[in-house]
Structures are given as structure tokens and as C-alpha cells.
Unconditional design. Structure first.
Length: 318
């Protein structure tokens, strides 16, 4: 069975690589471009790349774009694939805080240092939610119960990043993260369902993932893990309630190693043109993203600081 699994993974990897090679046929960046989402369809990384694709297509920025999904291992499989595409400039991949955490958690042999980071583009924020029937009416109510018996308050979330936010909240509240019960789910929808069925008592989830459940009254929002309130969203931040938590789920774009400086500049220009389009600005508004474009030396410094910050949180998870 183990041998079969290894062969299966190798076969999937080869098929994905061939697919990417086919999609990226030709070296002209403006002729053919493959956008890689290191996760399955329907998730945050996939949505980000499909919105990029739509904006590029609608404005004729690239003749042919294709989104390719490479799911698995918190995005590190996709990162590993990208690291093998040396010199293939017509491939871009999305990354984010969750992938930085995945590299740390899995002790990945391939890191962000093995590819070329182009720019940070947007960020989104988690929200702390409980079922509408929960006895916890406020964030303080939840925290007091959590502190009294950390293991009894089962948390859930839709990914690695959600667990990081819970961990940072635990530290801010004086709870040892290693004493907390955390039930990982594959997405915000599953996390919401775990709350509704009383499998979990609280969750951290991307706001957009549970917005409908909050609006319908099935879930109660207790606080946003954001530096300030979101426009049009009447939910207080964790910070204004006394808990210094503002971990952003940012999205950035990577290129393969081995590309020329000229190709790097051309790719960065393409990203800048894409995010300036009306289609992209509409996507930012619809998805409750925040525009935080950053490139150059400042972005490189940001990546270094995030790797350190997230690495420390991963150690706290244990």
C-alpha cells in the first residue's frame, strides 16, 4: 500500500508538471501564462488566482492564461513544483501566511528562499465566531471560559492560518496554546458546520468564508483579527477589545528561480497592471480584501519578518 501511495503521488506530480509545461508553452510572458494555486479549487488561493486570471483576460494583458491547482501539504507541494521550474518565467504562484506556516510546520526542504518573491498584493482577516446559541455573548465571555478550562473549549478553523490566529489570541489572553483543543477543517464551510452541530465551541475563520452564516444569524461574530474595522462591517476588532491580535492573511505572488532580472521586472509590471484594472478592484471589494501592495526591498524585509513571526507561532502550537 505504501509503495502504491508513493507511485500515485509521483504520477500526480508528473501529470501536474506536464500540464503546467503544456499550459506555459512558449517563453513570451504576454503570450502564455500559468497561474498556480497550491491548493484545491474553491479555496482562498484558488479564488485569488482566478480573479487575477479574469482581470488579465478582460483587459487583454496576456493572450492565454490558465489556472493550475497543485493541492497538498499546506501548499508546500506547489512550492516544491515551482522551485523546479528554473528559468520558466511564464509561471506565477500565489503564496501567503498559511504557506509560510506550512513550510515551518512540515519542515519543508523547499522554502520561499528557493523561488523569487514578486510582491504582496492583498490581505484579509479572520473573525472569531461562535454558534448563535452559544452562551458566550462577547469575546470576554469566551475568553474567561477558555482560561478556566482551555481543553473544554474546542476550537476549529478552515486551515493553518486560522490556527495561527487562534494561537495568537491564546497568547494574548494568557492561555497556553498547547492546552487548547483544536479541530482542523478543510475550509470555512466545514468549520461553520462544526459550530452549528456543536462539534466545536468557537472558530477562527476568514470573514468572507462565514459572512453568510453571520448575516443569517446562525453564527455570532465576536471580533475581527484586523488592525481596524472593515468598511461596512459592524464587528469590533480583537485589539479594541483588549487582545493584541492583528495577524493578516496576506496574499503574495511568486516566480520561479533562475529568471532574468528583465523577466522579473516584466512580471512585476504585469502584476501592477492587473491590480490596477476595474475587474481586480471589484474583486477586492467583493471579497472583502484590503489592498496592501508592496514590492522591492520593503517586501523582502516584510517576508523575513513574517517568516520569523509565523515561525514563532508555529512553535507555540507544538
Amino acid at each position: 500500500m505504501a509503495a502504491y501511495s508513493i507511485v500515485a503521488v509521483a504520477t500526480i506530480g508528473l501529470a501536474t508538471f506536464v500540464s503546467i509545461q503544456s499550459a506555459s508553452g512558449g517563453s513570451d510572458i504576454r503570450a502564455n501564462l500559468t497561474l498556480i494555486a497550491p491548493a484545491g479549487a474553491g479555496g482562498g488561493w484558488d479564488m485569488f488566482m482566478r480573479e487575477q486570471q479574469q482581470a488579465m483576460r478582460a483587459n487583454g494583458l496576456v493572450n492565454n492564461t490558465q489556472v493550475v491547482n497543485i493541492p497538498g501539504a499546506a501548499g508546500t507541494i506547489g512550492l516544491g513544483q515551482l522551485s523546479t521550474m528554473s528559468g520558466q518565467a511564464n509561471n506565477l504562484m500565489v503564496t501567503g501566511a498559511g504557506l509560510v506556516a506550512g513550510v515551518e510546520q512540515l519542515d519543508s526542504a523547499v522554502t520561499h528562499d528557493d523561488v523569487r518573491a514578486i510582491a504582496r498584493v492583498v490581505e484579509e482577516y479572520d473573525v472569531v465566531v461562535v454558534p448563535a446559541s452559544s452562551p458566550y455573548k462577547t469575546l470576554d465571555d469566551l475568553v474567561q471560559a477558555w482560561k478556566a478550562d482551555p481543553a473544554a473549549i474546542a476550537w476549529t478553523g478552515g486551515g493553518t492560518f486560522d490556527q495561527l490566529v487562534m494561537t495568537e489570541l491564546a497568547l494574548a489572553a494568557g492561555v497556553d496554546p498547547s492546552d487548547t483543543t483544536y479541530i482542523p477543517k478543510s475550509g470555512g464551510g466545514e468549520a461553520a458546520q462544526a459550530l452549528i452541530t456543536d462539534t466545536a465551541k468557537a472558530a477562527t475563520s476568514g470573514y468572507k468564508d462565514v459572512e453568510d452564516q453571520i448575516d443569517s444569524g446562525r453564527l455570532r461574530a465576536l471580533g475581527l483579527a484586523a488592525p481596524q474595522r472593515l468598511e461596512g462591517v459592524d464587528i469590533p476588532t480583537l485589539t479594541e477589545q483588549g487582545y493584541e491580535v492583528d495577524l493578516a492573511n496576506w496574499r503574495a505572488i511568486l516566480a520561479p528561480p533562475g529568471i532574468t532580472d528583465e523577466e522579473f521586472i516584466e512580471l512585476r509590471t504585469l502584476v501592477e497592471e492587473t491590480i490596477a484594472t476595474p475587474e481586480w478592484q471589484d474583486a477586492v471589494e467583493r471579497n472583502k480584501w484590503v489592498d496592501v501592495y508592496l514590492s522591492g526591498d520593503e517586501f523582502d524585509e516584510f517576508m523575513i519578518s513574517e517568516q520569523q513571526r509565523i515561525g514563532e507561532l508555529v512553535k507555540e502550537i507544538g
